[in-house]
Design a protein around this ligand. Structure first.
Ligand code: FES
Length: 104
């Protein structure tokens, strides 16, 4: 069934861009990777830097704080000091809105 909640409008995250969308006290990084929207916690797995304030280029996000890099397509860590894979959320589009499954 899932616990789907609305995050925002899909049109607000154009291709090649990332946005921080808030849900109560949760910050979610939504990336548009070549037309596919992907959602992760907006926290670097090193010590919690805000991913959406880093650099997002060529499918890779680079953390602003210490330079860890992650592959946006699957959240895989690419360079130290990343602490592990990014935490993804199941995402769907309904009537132009981004919805994620909190699953908790
Ligand atoms: S918090 Fe992201 S690299 Fe350190």
């Amino acid at each position: 069934m899932g616990d789907w909640v609305r995050l925002g409008d899909a049109a607000d995250v154009p291709p090649g861009k990332v946005r921080c969308l808030r849900l109560a006290d949760r910050k979610v990084a939504v990336f548009n990777e070549n037309g596919t929207l992907l959602a992760y916690d907006d926290y670097c797995t090193h010590v919690g830097g805000p991913l959406t304030q880093g650099t997002y280029e060529n499918g890779v996000v680079t953390c602003l704080w210490h330079g860890a890099q992650f592959r946006v397509a699957d959240g895989a860590p690419l360079t130290p000091p990343a602490g592990g894979r990014l935490r993804p959320y199941p995402l769907r589009i309904r009537d132009g809105a981004i919805e994620i499954d909190l699953g908790d």
